[in-house]
Design a protein around this ligand. Structure first.
Ligand SMILES: [Zn+2]
Length: 230
């Protein structure tokens, strides 16, 4: 049946949004919706904590809070980086090891509210880029506060170190085993990997900047907006 515009408009108005748009991942995925943001007690390792509050040397370049990302759209209302407490403490230890070598951590992305993953999925047309976007039905490790995207900067100059590619490069040059980069870029990539993997993270094979925290399965997918992280 083909509906006229008037019927479509009336139809949408009559049906509550929640009945046609899924408001969370599949039922078997542990999920904390925005309205239950405050359900984790202080001290719970699943609670989100802000990285710069634990280590002010950590720099932020939160690309999804700007238009400088592969969507060209601003997806975060605030440029802030959170991880679950246990993963955040592991990043702080990685930062300490980097500091001893004269480097600091520069974060591109960390905890991502579930609704942003849904927006990214919906906005990405079918094709190769879709492989880089998590399916909201399962949620992503970023949604669990257990994944971090980052690079290194030189503590003396504040300048980012050379890496094989820019952030969110979807080519094989971004693969962790890509051997065609400059020797300096390869050394920096492996340095970053050592700092993170020594602290319980595992690097993703096709994104040199992305690391997953071991045990992410035990943490819920969250849809808590940045301004409601207590
Ligand atoms: Zn990532």
């Amino acid at each position: 049946m083909k509906l006229g515009r008037r019927e479509v408009v009336l139809g949408l108005a009559a049906v509550p949004l929640a009945t046609c748009v899924p408001m969370g991942p599949d039922k078997d995925v542990l999920f904390i919706p925005a309205k239950k943001a405050a359900t984790l007690a202080p001290g719970d390792p699943k609670r989100l904590v802000e990285l710069v509050k634990l280590d002010p040397s950590i720099k932020l370049d939160m690309r999804y809070a700007t238009t400088n990302n592969f969507t060209g759209r601003v997806l975060y209302s605030e440029a802030r980086a959170f991880l679950t407490a246990t993963a955040a403490q592991a990043v702080v230890r990685a930062s300490a090891a980097a500091k001893a070598d004269g480097f600091g951590l520069n974060i591109y992305d960390a905890y991502r509210p579930w609704r942003v993953t849904k927006q990214l999925w919906d906005a990405t047309p079918a094709g190769p880029k879709k492989n880089y976007v998590a399916n909201p039905k399962r949620g992503s490790k970023h949604n669990r506060g257990c994944a971090v995207d980052l690079t290194l900067y030189d503590l003396k100059t504040g300048v980012l170190v050379e890496m094989p590619t820019e952030f969110d490069d979807f080519s094989e040059k971004a693969h962790r085993d890509y051997a065609g980069a400059s020797p300096l870029a390869v050394a920096n990539r492996s340095r970053l990997q050592t700092y993170l993997e020594s602290q319980g993270f595992i690097g993703l094979s096709n994104e040199w900047w992305h690391f997953d925290f071991t045990g992410w399965e035990n943490y819920p997918v969250m849809d808590v907006p940045f301004n409601q992280v207590a």
